[in-house]
Design a protein around this ligand. Structure first.
Ligand code: AHR
Length: 619
């Protein structure tokens, strides 16, 4: 029996409870949300010709090289040059993006490139969208005379046919020296440079916050490639690209300004995370000397001014120039990611003091260590408690069984201490696959998050995206390739919970006995109840992690009257190891049924391996 007692109200459900965590891992951004179709457009990758192929007609006398002597600007140091002696031979330079460039018939693609001709280049340059054999589907002339200074050329291309495996090809027939940089191709259909289908997946989640831009990415392998937000704003050709800790190069086409725009668009609270003056500790940290910490502290202060400052302030004016004169009014910042120990505890106060002095209204999130239990975790909490930390960022990657056994973890947290942002979590089932089993364990854990959302005020699954074939980490919430995208069972659980939070927790208790398996105790069902004042609905979430269906008697106290009308939304599948795939993206997804004739007491059957939300209309 589940007893629901509407006379006993728990905490209000945190309005920030379910958010997203954004990090450019698994090509979430470059090759993902960022709609740029050219890989390595500015020849700045570790391998400067990654993604590029040059083909010379036979007997063509020409060489090509990566040069640095007269760059486009100081941040964009490398470019590609051809020196050509034969003026009647064809040279083609092609890029196949990520697994080929997908092209839609009739869609307009915006091509742009910076070109410079040092030793007068005589001849024509064309640009085309072609198939893998080089046969053009759209073609334009770029010109025949080019300046000896860098000049930008832009053309629109509209393919006659759709292609999964397209190429961008630049052809040259002429002689002289010609150089290229920032070779770019965008579908006309994009939102602030973002891919629409992936953006829609985020819109549907309706996240309450966006934590960005990482993760370990913020920390860097060393401080040299740590994330510096100032490199990520302004004209894209002037952004200083960076080799990221996940092993690939980032264009920073989506930088801090775009993350702020994205958060605003999603109606989500931006939670920017800043490097704490130390690189990734798990990989053997580099620590910025204490007397040189000013760079890192300034980095944070300047960002707050960029986001919130008036248009006539130094950094606020830059935001204004980018097209957003109104401040973003950010309220939170995080200092560090998965940092711990004396080195972190020494550096954190420098940030706190500087930020609170200038911006006392900003809440500062303290980083927890990578572990979610054990000695260093306990030490971090002790330090946080005795140093007046406002919010501590916990991360939890755990096996499903652990999550099922720890749904009451936050019931025991000290209410007078720091709040928790569970900034990253996911159930890691066997093979780290995105199975229904993992999603069910997360749902069970989330019943505990919701019940305790006076203390756990924010939580986000991690990582968010995975580009198939280009990933460094599984499981992930959303999988995509060039043209397809699907939500994993975990995605549907996140959405289901977030769509059905309610405003206040209602006490509920289960009389069914706990289940013991080889000395470990599990609940027979996991549950949380809340009330939505606007729709006057009682919301009951039930998670059944067991293979057999469960009959449950639900008894609701008389403080509310159930009208009889209800909706039941369930996520389940035949097998607990089922997962969604590109071939079968909807294998595991929510199904909604309407119900009638319910009263304050009724019995329902919950399928095996299921997550269910009941919305009961009340008076
Ligand atoms: O989410 C992937 C990584 O997991 C994050 O970058 C890091 O914070 C954690 O270790």
């Amino acid at each position: 029996v589940l007893t629901v007692d509407p006379s006993s109200l728990g905490p209000e459900v945190s309005s920030l409870l379910y958010g997203i965590f954004f990090e450019d891992i698994n090509h979430a951004v470059d090759g993902g949300l960022y709609a740029e179709m050219i890989r390595n457009r500015s020849f700045e990758h570790q391998d400067p010709v990654e993604g590029w192929f040059a083909v010379f007609e036979s007997d063509c006398k020409a060489t090509f090289s990566i040069e640095t002597d007269r760059p486009l600007n100081k941040n964009n140091t490398k470019y590609l040059s051809f020196e050509i002696q034969s003026d009647d031979k064809l040279i083609s330079l092609s890029n196949d993006g990520y697994d080929g460039i997908p092209l839609k018939k009739g869609e307009r693609y915006l091509f742009s490139v910076f070109v410079r001709s040092d030793e007068e280049y005589n001849g024509e340059i064309k640009v085309m969208l072609a198939n893998a054999k080089g046969e053009p589907e759209a073609e334009k002339n770029l010109g025949t005379a080019f300046s000896s200074e860098w000049e930008k050329y832009s053309v629109e291309l509209q393919p006659n046919e759709g292609l999964d495996d397209g190429r961008l090809i630049i052809t040259m027939k002429g002689s002289g020296k010609i150089s290229f940089d920032m070779v770019s191709l965008f579908p006309e259909e994009n939102w602030n440079g973002m891919r629409i289908d992936l953006l829609e997946m985020l819109e549907e989640l309706k996240p309450a916050f966006v934590r960005f831009p990482g993760g370990c990415l913020v920390e860097g392998d060393s401080l040299e490639n740590a994330y510096r937000w100032k490199d990520t704003i302004g004209p894209i050709e002037e952004r200083k690209t960076n080799y990221n800790l996940w092993g690939y190069h980032q264009s920073y086409g989506i930088g801090f300004y775009e993350y702020l725009l994205l958060s605003e668009h999603l109606g989500a609270e931006p939670i920017p995370i800043f490097n704490a003056g130390m690189s990734c500790q798990v990989r053997g940290a580099e620590y910025c000397p204490m007397d040189e910490m000013d760079e890192w502290v300034r980095n944070v202060l300047d960002f707050i001014e960029f986001a919130n400052g008036p248009s006539d302030s130094l950094w606020g004016s830059k935001r204004s120039e980018l097209g957003h004169p109104e401040p973003f009014n950010i309220k939170y910042i995080g200092i560090g990611n998965e940092n711990w120990g004396t080195e972190y505890h020494d550096r954190f106060p420098l940030f706190r003091q500087a930020v609170k002095e200038k911006y006392p209204e900003i809440t500062i999130i303290f980083s927890g260590p990578p572990s979610y239990e054990g000695a260093s975790f306990n030490r971090a909490w002790r330090w946080a408690r005795s140093n007046g930390i406002e919010i501590l960022d916990e991360h939890m990657y755990a096996v499903p069984e652990w999550m099922l056994r720890n749904t009451d973890r936050y019931d025991k947290y000290d209410r007078s201490g720091p709040k928790v942002m569970l900034g990253e979590y996911a159930a890691h089932a066997a093979g780290t696959r995105n199975t229904l089993q993992a999603a069910i364990a997360e749902a069970a854990l989330m019943t505990g998050l919701e019940r305790n959302s006076d203390i756990v005020i924010m939580a986000a699954y991690a990582p968010l995206f995975n580009r198939e074939g280009w990933s460094q980490w599984t499981p992930d919430l959303i999988w995509f390739d060039n043209t397809r995208v699907y939500g994993t069972p975990s995605y549907h659980v996140q959405k289901l919970f977030n769509d059905n939070t309610g405003n206040v927790i209602i006490s509920s208790s289960l009389t069914d006995e706990d289940i013991e398996i080889i000395g470990y105790w599990f609940k027979s069902l996991y549950h949380v109840c809340s009330y939505d004042f606007e729709s006057k609905e009682l919301i009951i979430k039930i998670v059944n992690p067991w293979p057999e269906e469960k009959k449950l008697r639900i008894e609701i106290g008389e403080e509310v009257q159930v009208t009889g009308k209800a909706e039941m939304i369930s996520i389940t599948s035949d097998n607990i190891f089922d997962e969604n795939t590109f071939q079968n993206p909807d294998k595991v997804r929510p199904k909604t049924v309407g119900m009638s004739n319910l009263s304050n007491e009724f019995t329902l059957t919950f399928s095996g391996n299921s997550v269910t939300v009941l919305r009961l209309e009340t008076t």
